[in-house]
Ligand binder design. Structure first.
Ligand code: ADP
Length: 324
């Protein structure tokens, strides 16, 4: 008798463009391997309230190009407690599920790791978060689309900034990590990039504005929202006070960063990872994340993705100063 007959897939935590492409890949790869595939609605919330739906190949038609997640996503405080995870496990058994695929970020993986270990149940994680802050994978699904959204928006802001000779502080997402700010900042030709991983950047910014910044028609300063020293508005106020002759503005890009049609890169990454997750289950992997490293598929223990922190790309950090 085959060990795996029926699997389930869910999306959890913050939504990310490309999650649908990953769901589609899981469903189609599962069916190609003669598995039945169920979708769980609203992440761990639906796992606890037993909201399972059958997914056929046609149910995932024409979703590769859509943002968000057709399964819905939610945050579930109940799943953080062992009792909540017992309910989730019981529903998995009730629905005769042999393995679960969780598409989400580090919070979702913390929960997935506990569920898998406490109940000895196979769970595979697919990294889906715009923040790209997961250890063990070079890219997470949604990151490339978010970068392109930021670049589009900042290019537009640059037009008005240059016309009015302004200094613009633009806040981008990244709760505890500066990956979006760093890469999109380089792509936009930002004059400065402030990220939580580096301290003392406000002084360096002031030095730039006092010297080379004075000759610029506009300055774009990208700030990661998780910047710990002070808020984007606080930094802008400091600059306004020190350089009263400068016309300072703040723009918070917010939720537009995570919306829209996923880029080709995110669709391909999601498709590869969806197939890799089904393969991993069939090859008896449990409690791992499938990721991409050096353009190859990797398997990383879920508890490692939660405990370890991904470092920002040193080369990108080195080149910022040269390019300003
Ligand atoms: P993301 O996966 O995008 O990082 P969250 O951090 O909001 O999103 O986590 C999503 C869900 O994962 C939470 O609502 C909760 O149900 C579960 N979760 C997060 N952290 C833990 C944890 N330490 N233990 C158990 N479950 C967790």
């Amino acid at each position: 008798m085959e060990k795996f007959k029926k699997i389930a897939v869910l999306t959890s935590g913050g939504d990310a463009p490309g999650m649908n492409a990953a769901i589609r890949a899981v469903v189609r790869a599962g069916i190609a391997n003669k598995l039945k595939v169920m979708g769980v609605l609203r992440g761990y919330k639906g796992l606890i309230s037993n909201d399972f739906i059958k997914l056929e190949s046609t149910d995932v038609s024409k979703i590769i190009q859509t943002g968000g997640t057709i399964l819905g996503t939610a945050r579930s405080p109940e799943f953080r407690e062992p009792e909540g995870r017992v309910k989730a496990y019981e529903n998995l058994k009730k629905n005769q599920i042999d393995g679960l695929i969780v598409i989400g970020g580090d919070g979702s993986f913390a929960g997935a790791s506990l569920l898998s270990r406490e109940h000895n149940f196979p769970v595979i994680g697919i990294p889906g978060t715009i923040d790209n802050d997961l250890f063990g994978t070079d890219y997470t699904i949604g990151y490339d689309t978010a970068l392109n959204n930021v670049v589009d928006a900042v290019d537009k802001i640059r037009d008005t900034a240059t016309s009015h000779n302004r200094v613009f502080f633009i806040e981008v997402m990244g709760r505890e990590a500066g990956f979006i700010a760093l890469r999109s900042g380089i792509a936009c030709g930002a004059e400065a990039i402030l990220i939580p991983e580096i301290s003392g950047q406000t002084d360096k910014l002031k030095e730039f504005l006092a010297t080379r910044g004075k000759t610029r028609k506009s300055s774009i300063i990208l700030v990661a929202e998780g910047k710990k020293e002070s808020s984007t508005f606080d930094i802008a106020k400091i600059v306004e006070k020190e350089f009263p002759e400068m016309d300072v503005r703040v723009s918070i890009l917010g939720h537009i960063q995570r919306g829209g049609s996923p880029t080709a890169y995110d669709r391909v990454t999601a498709s590869r990872l969806g197939v890799a997750a089904v393969d991993a289950l069939l090859n008896d992997q449990r409690s791992i994340m499938v990721g991409i490293a050096d353009n190859d598929i990797t398997h990383v223990p879920l508890n490692k993705t939660v405990k370890l922190h991904k470092k920002v790309n040193e080369h990108l950090l080195e080149i910022i100063d040269l390019l300003i």
